[in-house]
Design a protein around this ligand. Structure first.
Ligand SMILES: N[C@@H](CCC(=O)N[C@@H](CS)C(=O)NCC(=O)O)C(=O)O
Length: 217
């Protein structure tokens, strides 16, 4: 049995989606960003920075979503990865970890649009981070020029990792001019595994608007 510590609309969705794609039995422990649950000593003992996701699997606990996906691919779902020796191994790791490049800008934008009080927000940071987030999506647009997934050989955990963050990115960045990214997200979010994970994601408490626009200059 795999236990996933999860918070709705967060990076732990990557693992939730993966578990559904791989058909792996699991149980969910839901956490909330409000309150002090993620700072509880019992939670800090398994996640030193007080972050989700965390998984308990094979008698160990693991944090860091990309590491968790690499571990679970190798241990339970090799078809969703590219093993050492595969010609796409390097590209698999590259795109898998690219999800965090997207997510760092999402985190900044989430802080400045949602978490901070209006008086503490920086319009400069909001504008720059929206541009930097868009740049990460342009990188995916280029990669999809000749293929439907991030890897030419087809769907993988790299699409899950980067796709989860790209789907959230559309709350801050319009996708106009990013036609291949739009079509890729449409394909990804139509997958039964994604739909099942979304149903299990839990009550939204972070992103309550579809789109968070830039402040007026
Ligand atoms: N690099 C880590 C980042 C984990 C992370 O920052 N998770 C956020 C949710 S998206 C979190 O738990 N934040 C709680 C907090 O900052 O207190 C990963 O990919 O797992």
């Amino acid at each position: 049995m795999i236990t996933l510590h999860h918070a709705p609309q967060s990076r732990s969705f990557r693992i939730l989606w993966f578990l559904h794609e791989a058909g792996l039995e699991h149980e969910l422990r839901y956490h909330s960003f409000s309150g002090k649950a993620l700072r509880d000593p019992a939670f800090l003992a398994i996640s030193p920075a007080g972050r989700v996701p965390v998984v308990e699997v094979d008698g160990v606990t693991l944090f860091e979503s990309a590491a968790i996906l690499e571990y679970l691919v190798e241990a339970r779902a090799p078809g969703l990865g590219r093993a050492p020796g595969h010609e796409e191994r390097g590209k698999f790791l590259e795109w898998l970890h690219y999800g965090e490049t997207i997510a760092q800008h999402l985190a900044q934008l989430t802080f400045h649009h949602i978490v901070l009080r209006p008086a503490d927000r920086s319009p400069v940071v909001q504008r720059l981070e929206a541009l930097r987030l868009r740049r990460t999506l342009e990188g995916i647009e280029t990669a999809l020029a000749a293929q439907d997934c991030l890897l030419a050989d087809g769907f993988s955990a790299a699409d899950i990792m980067a796709g989860s963050s790209a789907e959230l990115a559309r709350r801050f960045v319009p996708l106009d001019g990013l036609d291949r990214v739009s079509a890729w997200l449409k394909r990804l979010t139509a997958r039964p595994g994604y739909r099942a994970a979304l149903s299990a994601d839990g009550q939204a408490e972070l992103y309550l608007q579809d789109f968070y626009g830039l402040p007026h200059a």
